[in-house]
Write a protein that binds this ligand. Structure first.
Ligand SMILES: *[C@@H]1O[C@H](CO)[C@@H](O)[C@H](O)[C@H]1NC(C)=O
Ligand SMILES: *[C@@H]1O[C@H](CO)[C@@H](O)[C@H](O)[C@H]1NC(C)=O
Ligand SMILES: *[C@@H]1O[C@H](CO)[C@@H](O)[C@H](O)[C@H]1NC(C)=O
Ligand SMILES: *[C@@H]1O[C@H](CO)[C@@H](O)[C@H](O)[C@H]1NC(C)=O
Length: 469
């Protein structure tokens, strides 16, 4: 037999595992989760006839070199498995188990707690006696990856400015916290809500950058992300949420969110409605005209934030409060009635106006028709209402109830009158400028007539407008 042929035979024997001992190492599972327990590092050997295993070591790469961290013995050497000096970092975190036979068995490191240091490369070396005397055989390399689960963000997102936020402000939100290992990230959500806290609109912000640094003492990442939002009226009471995304999966419960954000905005959308909604009122029919002003704003316009004026005399308010009613319906109360609504924040006051025309004519047949209809539809018992009656009519309360219903049904009338008012111009201005603006807006051909009526009405007027409580 030639030298070459002998080599071929040896290679063949090695490949089919008959020639000599086989050693393997395996981590199960290969991913360890920080703090959790189920991880086993198993060194297995299968000896061939005539070989006799005496012990094994498991080695980890320390400073670039494989170092023995744990030593194991077979039954022929009556010693317990033990950690070496290099393996001391595993103390109290692992259980070592010796193999029980010399031929085919395994040495095991069972982890009861995973630390960052366990992420490493491992090999196993088996000492055995064979036909050639004592020698050793090594396994290939097994890896343990250590993962760290993320945690809830450190706190609810902070934001700047943190108070006095106005419509139009840019607000910067910030979120920090453990985003895990491998490094996760933060996702932002904005939930616009109504005043009841019901979500009206949900907007994700996925592409905000998360920067992260590995935390000292642990291998997980402390992430940090910012979101800048341009605040609008609709962001009043919105909440902003910061949520952890780990391994591309949003972590359901790992989020923190702000409370409702207060976004100030100036008064707007001032609407004046009358009730009943009829084009013309008739003098002396015992009816009460209800006039109501509504608006939008944050802070909301308070009761005393509504002031009423008659067109052509905006120097003296005729009423303060969202609602007044005209109890003495006489021709000389035909006016455009102006409502001024105001709110204030951050040291500024904002005003917005709108108006409604109340036309009162002398008796015609049109009016009694309208009243009859009202009475037919709303014939409610009025036993307890007399106390509130202003001018002897026992129908005041039922009619008022009816008028509120009619008011909500007949939105169309409002829309038309609003359109007309819009044509006249809804004016926004600051404190102190209001009077001039009204008068500019309201120059009209009927001025003379109304003005002279108004002067006559002036002395007794205020007692004739009453707020509803
Ligand atoms: C091996 O450990 C057991 C308990 O784990 C102990 O009772 C025994 O004495 C130890 N044997 C040696 C040789 O250290
Ligand atoms: C992350 O870093 C921030 C500072 O940027 C710090 O305030 C926060 O406590 C850190 N979070 C954790 C979980 O270490
Ligand atoms: C308005 O008309 C009523 C009834 O017609 C009358 O009693 C009242 O004096 C008038 N007011 C003024 C200021 O003219
Ligand atoms: C407005 O009404 C008040 C009192 O009601 C009166 O004193 C004042 O002169 C009136 N102004 C004009 C311009 O008519």
């Amino acid at each position: 037999m030639s030298v070459k042929n002998i080599h071929v035979v040896i290679v063949l024997f090695s490949l089919i595992g008959i020639e000599t001992i086989n050693v393997q190492i395996q981590a199960t599972p290969s991913d360890g989760i920080l703090g959790q327990t189920s991880l086993q590092l198993r060194c297995s050997y299968t000896a061939v006839t005539g070989e006799y295993v005496t012990g094994a070591t498991i080695q980890a790469k320390i400073n670039g070199q494989f170092k023995n961290i744990a030593t194991f013995y077979t039954p022929s050497v009556p010693l317990n498995a033990s950690l070496t000096t290099d393996g001391n970092y595993l103390t109290n975190r692992v259980t070592l188990t010796n193999p029980t036979t010399n031929m085919i068995d395994s040495a095991v490191i069972q982890f009861s707690q995973i630390a960052c240091a366990d992420e490493n490369e491992y090999i196993c070396q088996v000492a055995y006696a064979g036909s050639d005397g004592s020698t050793s055989a090594s396994s290939g390399v097994a890896n343990i990856n250590v993962k760290g689960n993320p945690k809830q963000p450190d706190s609810v997102p902070s934001y700047v400015p943190s108070a006095g936020i106005e419509e139009g402000n840019d607000v910067v939100f910030k979120c920090t916290g453990n985003v895990g290992k491998p490094q996760g990230r933060f996702k932002w959500m904005r939930y616009r809500r109504n005043t009841n806290g019901d979500t009206l609109q949900e907007t994700p912000y996925e592409s905000e950058t998360t920067t992260a640094v590995q935390m000292t003492g642990t291998c997980t990442f402390n992430g940090s992300s910012q979101l800048t939002l341009h605040m609008e009226q609709l962001d009043t009471n919105a909440v902003v949420r910061c949520q952890v995304i780990y391994q591309d999966v949003p972590q359901g419960s790992l989020y923190r969110q702000t409370d409702g954000i207060n976004v100030y905005y100036s008064v707007r959308n001032v609407q004046v409605t009358k009730s009943p909604i009829i084009p013309t009122f008739t003098e002396g029919a015992g009816l009460i005209i209800l006039t109501t002003c509504t608006s939008d704003g944050n802070p909301a316009v308070t009761n005393t934030g509504y002031t009423w004026y008659k067109e052509f005399n905006t120097s003296v308010p005729i009423w303060t409060g969202p609602t007044f009613f005209i109890t003495n319906v006489v021709v000389n109360k035909t006016y455009n009635y102006i409502c001024v609504a105001q709110n204030s924040f951050n040291g500024q006051t904002f005003k917005m106006i709108n108006s409604i025309h109340i036309q009162i004519d002398f008796t015609t047949t049109t009016y009694s028709t309208t009243i009859t209809k009202t009475e037919i539809v709303f014939t409610t018992p009025n036993t307890s209402s007399t106390k509130r009656d202003q001018e002897g009519s026992t129908m005041v309360i039922p009619i008022l109830v009816a008028l509120v219903v009619v008011l909500s049904v007949l939105q169309l009338g409002e829309i038309i009158s609003l359109f007309i008012l819009h044509k006249k111009g809804i004016v926004k201005f600051k404190t102190g400028k209001d009077i001039q603006i009204y008068e500019d807006v309201n120059r009209r051909s009927t001025e003379k007539h109304v003005y002279s009526s108004m002067n006559r009405a002036a002395e007794s007027e205020n007692s004739e407008y009453n707020e509803i409580h």
